[in-house]
Design a protein around this ligand. Structure first.
Ligand code: ADP
Length: 267
């Protein structure tokens, strides 16, 4: 299997558009403009990019960024082997070579030096300097860089610099509105829509607590977990506690408030 085939999104990912983001992304891709997707965790950013990669028929290379990640992890490094050394491309380099969409998830988590290596890929140069190897890689015409960014987490210490931000077009993502979110839950888990709507109501109640003791609302991802538990025979209240309450807070008052909401919704 070629590299390119290996990264192909084979099946259409289930994705319900929130607005006109599909057409806007297609235009950004046609122009090969870099894209930033902003929004809270678990609201559909990654699913959207998977869907677009499938729709545009491009391979997709996703990198989950973390604080230990260095520029070499993205670009590549020499490996020591019995017979000498061998260069191994990192995921960003592979994407630039084969013309994939490279999705750097939670880019802010990565060390500052990683943002510097992406700069020349995001402007007219479309190049990636492989310093250690002494190669200046010209990105494939189909290559596109996409990053995700959760503005809620940002502190002064961890934020993208303006010089990085101003190299991207951007989408603001948020939790889907209630009707759409219920449709998503029903479709992802197989539970009926009325029950899905009740779970969404619990999510909505929890999201109202953001800024009042909760740093971030309940994600669509967690609501899908709750729905999936229900689909596997767990009682709705237990599913809510497992998926919507315990993961997000240890604060007794907030847990109690959420318990009341669950009781009221599933009374
Ligand atoms: P993140 O924003 O953290 O990248 P994901 O894309 O992983 O979040 O979304 C979490 C889950 O929420 C997905 O696995 C999917 O089940 C569901 N989801 C969220 N938005 C949508 C949507 N618009 N269409 C279909 N599924 C969605």
């Amino acid at each position: 299997m070629t590299d390119s085939e290996q990264y192909r999104v084979r099946q259409e990912p289930f994705y319900r558009q929130q607005g006109n983001e599909v057409a806007l992304y297609a235009a950004a891709y046609a122009a090969r403009l870099p894209v930033m997707v902003k929004g809270p965790t678990g609201c559909g950013k990654s699913r959207f990019i998977e869907y677009m990669a499938w729709k545009l028929d491009r391979p997709l290379i996703t990198v989950a960024c973390n604080e230990d990640m260095t520029a070499s992890d993205l670009v590549g490094r020499y490996l020591l082997e019995a017979g000498g050394t061998r260069w191994l491309d990192g995921p960003l380099t592979t994407a630039a070579r084969i013309g994939a969409i490279c999705y750097l998830d939670e880019i802010v988590e990565a060390r500052q030096d990683t943002t510097v290596v992406i700069h020349p890929l995001t402007d007219h140069r479309r190049t990636l300097p492989l310093d250690k190897k002494g190669e200046l890689l010209r990105a494939h015409v189909d290559f596109q860089l996409v990053i995700s960014y959760n503005p809620g987490y940002q502190s002064l210490m961890k934020d993208l610099k303006q010089s990085t931000k101003q190299r991207f077009t951007a989408f603001d993502f948020d939790y889907p509105e209630a009707e759409l979110e219920a449709t998503i839950l029903a479709s992802e888990s197989g539970i009926d829509r009325a029950l899905a709507a009740q779970l969404v109501a619990v999510g909505t109640a929890a999201r109202r607590l953001k800024g009042h003791g909760l740093d971030e609302g309940v994600s669509t991802r967690l609501l899908v977990y709750a729905a999936t538990l229900v689909r596997h025979g767990v009682a709705a209240g237990d599913a809510c506690r497992m998926a919507l309450v315990r993961p997000i807070t240890d604060d007794r008052d907030i847990r109690e408030t959420l318990e009341h909401a669950i009781d009221a919704i599933f009374a």
